[in-house]
Design a protein around this ligand. Structure first.
Ligand code: IPM
Ligand code: MG
Length: 373
């Protein structure tokens, strides 16, 4: 029997290409695993009206963790138009399977390293080494949304919050509401994860990215909990920065930042921004971690225009596999993999199109694998 059982969800578009690349490298490392394939993604939505079938969820429950490729996400109405004709108008509503997986398995911590590898021509600077900790299950992603807003909810808003009264005469079908819900537990958890990481890896500061001057309740809760938790970590500075200013500072002085910590939506934004500082989404790996399950995915999307071309940069998927190895306590393999990635980037002989080269996805995987044997 293999040592590890890995759920294998390539998903949409180039997901298969990049997961195959990861497999080439994992095999070269001698990673002892059984891979269990599962259905997820756009095709499932169109054919079955459910992008994340129950059979896939059941399968995941029987594995140690999941390697995930990429997913196509479209807004609700656009999704409804692509549904198989016999499924239309039957009440199927599209939701993002990756967001659902994070919530279903309570993968509360999304960790996204953004490190400038030496010699990457796409680095904004070569001294950037940022790790984003993004709360992964609530905030604006809680899924509590209304359009039109039910009359009793609007009435309650006005009753409890005078500022809601100026909307009371707006027709309900002309109001859309998305609830930004933060729990103290999730705030404490994401901040604690960020500080624990900083402590373990000797990082000097943690920056909490919020907007408490305007989002006083949600932003205020996160920042206040961060201040309390920071007291338990003398020697690690807590920096507080507003999301808008953070976008500016990350472009201006990215090298001074180390660990970033944010709620779900702001974490989504700063993780793309941070990724671009070190080569773009082709290098952006991520770990979605919960108390008893984890899912590893490149941060990029399904890149439909490159489907079947074996063309995209697999580095993000390879680095996600590295995060998976760490989660499974295969630390030595994780280190060998990261070193191999670093070496291939530095040598610069095998590069995909985004790095100015003409190598294929598999060429890059093979080259990384060569240094993993
Ligand atoms: C990400 C992506 C997802 C998100 C999308 C695909 C739903 O942007 O993982 O950052 O918003 O979380
Ligand atoms: Mg994103």
């Amino acid at each position: 029997m293999a040592k590890h059982r890995i759920a294998w969800l390539p998903g949409d578009g180039i997901g298969m290409d990049v997961l195959n690349a990861a497999k080439i490298v994992l095999d070269a490392l001698g990673f002892d695993a059984e891979y269990v394939p599962g259905d997820v993604g756009w095709e499932l939505w169109c054919k079955e009206g459910n992008p994340l079938p129950d059979r896939t969820i059941e399968m995941l429950r029987k594995t140690d963790c999941c390697l995930f490729g990429a997913i196509t996400s479209k807004p609700r109405d656009e999704a409804a138009r692509e549904l198989a004709p016999e499924l239309r108008d039957k009440g199927f509503v599209y939701f993002s399977p990756i967001v659902r997986l994070r919530q279903l398995f309570n993968l509360h911590t999304n960790m996204r390293p953004c490190k400038a590898f030496k010699g990457n021509p796409l680095n904004l600077r070569d001294d950037i080494d940022i790790v984003v900790f993004r709360e992964n299950t609530e905030g604006l992603y809680s899924g509590i949304e209304f359009h039109p807003v039910p009359a009793d909810i609007m009435r309650l808003f006005a009753e409890h919050e005078p500022k809601a009264r100026r909307f009371i005469d707006v027709p309900l079908q002309d109001i859309a509401v998305t609830v930004r819900l933060f729990t103290r537990n999730a705030c404490r958890s994401i901040v604690t994860q960020a500080f624990e990481y900083a402590k373990k890896h000797n990082r000097p500061n943690v920056t909490v990215v919020e907007k408490p001057n305007v989002l006083r309740e949600t932003g205020g809760l996160l920042v206040n909990e961060a201040r309390k938790i920071a007291r338990d970590y003398p020697g690690i500075e807590l920096w507080e920065t507003n999301i808008d200013a953070m976008c500016m500072w990350l472009v201006k002085n990215p090298q001074i930042y180390s660990v970033l910590c944010a709620g779900n939506m702001f974490g989504d934004i700063i993780s793309d921004l941070s990724a671009q500082l070190v080569g773009g989404l082709g290098f952006a790996s991520s770990a979605n971690i919960g108390d008893d399950y984890a899912l590893f995915e490149p941060t990029h999307g399904s890149a439909p225009k490159y489907v079947g071309m074996n063309k995209v940069n697999p580095m993000a998927a390879l680095l996600s596999a590295k995060l998976m190895l760490e989660y499974l306590k295969e630390d030595e393999m994780a280190q060998v993999l990261e070193n191999a990635v670093g070496r291939v980037i530095a040598e610069g002989k095998v590069r995909t199109y985004d790095m100015g080269g003409s190598a294929s996805t598999t060429d890059v995987a093979d080259e990384v694998a060569r240094f993993c044997r």
